[in-house]
Design a protein around this ligand. Structure first.
Ligand code: PLP
Length: 417
């Protein structure tokens, strides 16, 4: 693994302590350029799904490159506004209606109605306005069932069979449904993605005012050496003729939006931690490296059995070269806090061939830019939220989030005395 370099790891540990999230601005920008080059027939907007990594410094970099924002709650929309993202570049796609939807929309934030109930609510607040609808096209795909958000077993979006109910609500509030959205899951199969895009075009054909089609995110990203990332040029290229045929048939040149999260940030991030202990359970058992991180920074193995590259970087150059079968355990008092689960099975254990560790060695977890800092069991066991550092293209180490203090963890508690 080349990021971060050995020299950077030592500096990062000395300057900022562990556990620590580290992001590579160059990798982030390269991924953004790749997304901005997504082939399209009639124009493209790339929305960054900010739930993947919501730090303001990251939002500013991506917004500065021309990306818009997908906010998954009213709070995320506020956060993007506070980071300086223009309101009209933010669209809310949320399971829960923001408390101040009215205020957000009045400031210019866009709204994507994800249920009939949400569409009704929007219609009551803003009769006569434009709106987007999120459709469940009847099919989904994810790297596992927990990240599949399409099909009959998914609550996301308005079921494609309910177009008549959409039309009834639209007519009552005189809404104009000019945008349509689907997002079918994270990290699924590119072929299913293309198939869903075509199903989605079929639904758009029946919503006559739609001129912008958002096909969501979910592009598969390779974290482990044996995985392959989705090829955006291939996926986008395959859809151009579908958009052209749609224009020919329906007289609408649809503007395309895509909404990647993982694709933009997953490989731009790593977690730097320390080995704090090494234990074993005898000759029939396992050897464990315990690290000062785990589900407090890195919940994906625990949730999904997610596989990430893990390397051990010795304290000094003359450490053992011997490789052993090693399980890596997190610091939480919970047997499920294992960083090396079986693929797709959080309860399984699959040791990795790694150098025999010594306490004090560094551990680097790769592919940790997406859904790590943003999706963690923060403060479990009262461990403070880790700091975040950005490595700039010039190689400077920029602290973009301080480590939380114990006082901040307990700040909102009220004690009777
Ligand atoms: C999470 C999410 C995304 C991004 O998914 P990735 O798999 O990270 O690309 C895009 N759109 C919506 C609506 C989402 O909820």
């Amino acid at each position: 693994m080349s990021f971060p370099s050995h020299a950077q790891i030592q500096t990062l540990r000395a300057e900022f302590g562990t556990p620590l999230y580290v992001y590579d601005q160059q990798a982030l920008e390269a991924a953004a350029q790749e997304a901005l080059a997504f082939p399209n027939a009639y124009g493209l907007t790339v929305r960054y799904a900010m739930k993947a990594l919501p730090n303001a410094a990251i939002l500013r970099i991506l917004s500065g490159l021309g990306l818009h924002i997908d906010a998954s709650s009213g709070f995320e929309a506020e956060r993007a506004l506070l980071a300086g993202v223009p309101a009209e570049h933010i669209q809310i796609t949320s399971q829960e209606l923001p408390q101040d939807l009215k205020g957000l929309v009045e400031r210019g934030v866009l709204f994507n109605a994800c249920s009939l109930e949400q569409l009704e609510a929007y219609g009551r607040l803003f009769p006569g306005h434009e709106v987007s609808v999120r459709i469940n096209p009847g099919l989904g795909s994810g790297h596992n069932n927990r990240t599949n958000v399409g099909g009959p077993a998914s609550s996301f979006g308005i079921w494609h069979g309910h177009l008549d109910q959409i039309e009834a609500i639209r007519a009552r509030a005189d809404l104009r449904i000019t945008r349509m959205h689907t997002h079918i899951g994270s990290g699924g199969d590119p072929e299913t993605w293309k198939h869903c895009a075509r199903l989605t075009l079929g639904v758009a054909a029946r919503l006559p005012e739609v001129t912008r089609l958002n096909l969501g995110g979910g592009f598969k990203i390779a974290r482990m050496p044996d995985e392959t990332s989705a090829d955006l040029a291939d996926i986008g290229g395959a859809l151009i003729s579908d958009f052209q045929n749609f224009a020919g048939e329906h007289g609408r040149e649809l503007h395309l939006e895509i909404e990647p999260g993982s694709f933009l940030v997953a490989r731009a991030g790593a977690i730097v931690a320390n080995v704090v202990d090494v234990v074993d359970t005898g000759s029939e058992g396992y050897t464990f490296a315990k690290v000062d991180s785990g589900m407090t920074e890195f919940l994906r193995p625990n949730l999904y059995g997610a596989q990430h590259p893990i390397s051990i970087v010795p304290v000094d150059g003359n450490a053992s070269q011997e490789e052993i079968d090693l399980l890596v355990a997190g610091h939480c008092c919970e047997s499920g806090d294992i960083l090396t689960p079986a693929p797709g099975d959080p309860e399984g254990l699959v040791p990795r061939r790694l150098p025999r560790p010594t306490p004090g060695d560094a551990v680097v977890i790769g592919g940790a830019g997406a859904y790590c800092s943003g999706l963690a069991a923060s403060n479990y066991n009262s461990f403070p939220q880790a700091a975040e550092v950005l490595i700039t293209p010039e190689g400077d180490l920029r602290l973009i989030r301080r480590r939380q203090t114990l006082d901040q963890i307990i700040a909102n508690e009220l004690i009777d005395d």
